[in-house]
Write a protein that binds this ligand. Sequence first.
Ligand code: ZN
Length: 149
Amino acid sequence: MTADIRSLYREIIVDHNRRPRNFREIPDADRIANGDNPLCGDRLTVYVNVRGGVIRDIGFVGNGCAISTASASLMTEALLGKSEEEAEALFGRFHDRIAGPGSGAQGTLGKLEALAGVREFPARVKCATLAWHTARTALNAPGQTASTE
Ligand code: ZN
């Protein structure tokens, strides 16, 4: 990874932490789940509205470190408008890239690539994947709490 790309990725994370996208409750959300990463103290709630199998609206609120907030923000942008099947596939690709045994498929995740650097820091992997586990729980088992422990 070149220094230019590294600094671009850093900028994306800083920007999404400072100004998280879709940082809001959705009052009429039909899928809601909480996420808890006790290792770091990250806690968030993900709200999703699904109509006809497609994610029509998604938002989150909570408190966490820069990585968890930026990851949740980037995730809401990535999942908006996706079908539930596409969301599941993207979760798999993201998880492989961040926490898989190999290095995952590089360069296929767009802006989400900004988070791939955390794979070198196992403790931060849970920060980066918390929002995704929570969104997945919201889609598959709404009302449950996703924990990284
Ligand atoms: Zn964290």
